[in-house]
Design a protein around this ligand. Structure first.
Ligand code: G16
Length: 544
């Protein structure tokens, strides 16, 4: 019998229920007791019958292996029966969600700071997913936070490190640790969902792509699925080896951090499809030859075509999108006669809708799309659905986009990020904005007149829980809008996100420049929120 060691500790402030678990600098996580306090707080409050299965895996970033070893010892001391851990400590976030569901685990610890950079001076994160495979809902993250404020001990066993590179089983105390193939279950699931034959046929007829894994977790998944199973040429996946520091880059699949891919796709040597995923494999970027597809449009276009994929035939029950995501998906839902749900930002808000069968596909402007196959957004899944649709319809990304807009109209959309601004200044901006909400309707900002302004609150249609303060919406009489929100995933100061949107009907200008189309909304946002006055910034750091 292994000795359980009780380590005295002092309460700490974990993190208020943010968008995605606990995210801090690696140095913060390296402090004695820090990660342990969080993990013990999770084990103290979550539902986990004695002897349950726990899944552990991460995106391979710096500090991943250290936390995994500690979490394994703590799980053994806390009465888990079995831990499933990805070989090399690797599990993409959607793959972890799949493993939790497939093997009936009570939950999982996912170690990642998503698209944030990695390395000794960069970011780390831990989040807990529940038995449905999805991020813990606010009731659970709230309980974890409360527990971090009173925790006074954590439990561990004295045991050697597990060899994370050797597949197979090891005993740690009374518990069994199994090192599993991180890719196989996920790749098999993808093969069940999509028409791999149709994609293979397109590939053999000359369809080409480039997938940029950004030196992050999706490399091994993409090589297995795209090159080995679908027959894309070797070298289709670039930056395919997960590195602890992502090669010094931000593993964020947007037009700034995946610029090389973007430039390729806009140039003369572009393949048919360009795609990328982020640090932990849940986000996606889709670019056709000469055509970038915004995440909001991607959700709408995938939803409109999802029934082409075998596993979705005849079963689109509904669509969900986060509030700041454009309303392009709403138009598809309306045309197809299915409901569309508007949730707060954060994948956890889709969990109940998916579990209840109310929606089949969901997505967010922050480059996340997914379905009821797991309970996380899923980068490679989105790429494969695009491939399946393009292969069967035998059209290009650009043609698909144009055909879509010609039917549904186009939601011009952009997000302006003001990063690492002073937290107090950001809070002041939001406070002032909220206080002014009632005075906005009727006011004109350039050519735009405000028709409605509110602070978004959401009542979950399944469990009726209420989430307030989920961003400020300002709607204009012409149907356009601006949304203001503070990011919940940054690790430095605050990030203000300004979301801008304008609808152009099918009879209008469908191929205009987004920046030009949104000029009035951009000016109105600046004036309404006094962005420069509060933050000292004259322009956003990132425009996507
Ligand atoms: C996380 C959540 C997403 C959410 C995003 C928002 O993404 O999983 O559901 O849309 O945060 O980020 P922010 O609060 O910064 O706008 P990820 O990929 O970081 O896990």
């Amino acid at each position: 019998m292994t000795k359980i060691v009780t380590v005295p500790t002092t309460p700490f402030e974990g993190q208020a229920p943010g968008t995605s678990g606990l995210r801090k600098k690696v140095r913060v996580f390296q402090q004695p007791n820090y990660a342990e306090n969080f993990i013990q707080s999770v084990f103290d409050v979550v539902e986990r019958p004695q002897g349950s299965v726990l899944v552990i895996g991460g995106d391979g970033r710096f500090h991943n292996r250290d936390v995994i070893q500690q979490a394994i010892r703590m799980a053994a001391a806390n009465g888990y029966g079995r831990v499933l851990v990805g070989q090399g400590g690797i599990l993409s976030t959607p793959a972890a969600s799949n493993v939790i569901r497939k093997y009936g685990a009570s939950g999982g610890l996912i170690l990642s700071a998503s698209h944030n950079p990695g390395g000794p001076d960069e970011d780390f994160g831990i989040k807990y997913n529940i038995a449905n495979g999805g991020p813990a809902p606010e009731s659970v993250t709230g309980a974890i936070l409360a527990r971090t404020k009173e925790i006074d001990r954590w439990l561990t066993v004295e045991a050697a490190d597990v060899d994370l590179d050797a597949p197979g089983e090891t005993a740690v105390g009374e518990m069994t640790v199994e090192v599993i193939d991180p890719v196989a279950d996920y790749a098999d699931l993808m093969e069940e969902l999509f028409d791999f034959d149709a994609i293979r046929k397109a590939v053999s007829s000359g369809f080409t792509m480039r997938f940029d894994a950004m030196s992050a977790v999706t490399g091994p998944y993409a090589v297995e699925i795209l090159e080995n199973r679908l027959g894309f040429a070797a070298g289709t996946v670039v930056n395919g080896t997960p590195l602890e520091d992502f090669g010094g880059h931000h593993p964020d699949p947007n037009l700034i951090h995946a610029k090389e891919l973007y430039d390729l796709m806009m140039g003369p040597d572009a393949p048919d499809l360009g795609a990328a995923s982020d640090g932990d494999g849940d986000r996606n970027l889709i670019i056709g030859r000469g055509r970038f597809v915004t995440p909001s449009d991607s959700l709408a276009m995938l939803a409109a075509n999802i029934e082409i994929a075998p596993a979705y035939r005849g079963r689109l029950s509904g669509i969900a999108r986060s509030m700041p995501t454009s309303a392009a998906a709403d138009r598809v839902a309306e045309a197809l006669g299915v409901p569309c749900f508007e949730t707060p930002t954060g994948w956890k808000f889709f969990g109940n809708l998916l579990d209840a069968g109310k929606v089949t596909i969901c997505g967010e402007e922050s480059a996340g799309t997914g379905s009821d196959h797991v309970r996380e957004k899923d980068g490679l899944w989105a790429v494969l659905l695009w491939l399946n649709i393009l292969a069967v319809r035998d059209i290009s990304v650009d043609q698909l986009a144009r055909t879509h807009w010609a039917r549904f109209g186009r939601n011009y959309y952009a997000r302006h990020d003001y990063e690492a601004i002073d937290s107090e200044a950001a809070a002041g901006l939001m406070r002032e904005l909220k206080a002014a909400l009632a005075t906005l309707p009727g006011q004109a900002f350039g050519p735009l007149t405000v028709s409605h302004a509110d602070s978004f609150a959401y009542t979950d249609p399944v469990d009726h829980s209420v989430s307030e303060n989920q961003g400020i919406r300002v709607l204009f009489e012409d149907g356009s809008r601006v949304v203001f929100r503070l990011s919940g995933t940054g690790t430095q100061g605050a990030t203000l996100r300004v979301y801008l949107e304008r609808y152009e009907p099918a009879s209008g200008q469908l191929d205009a420049d987004t920046g030009v189309m949104l000029e009035a909304q951009i000016a109105a946002a600046q004036e309404i929120a006094g962005i420069t006055r509060h933050t000292g910034r004259g322009a956003p750091d990132v425009v996507t």
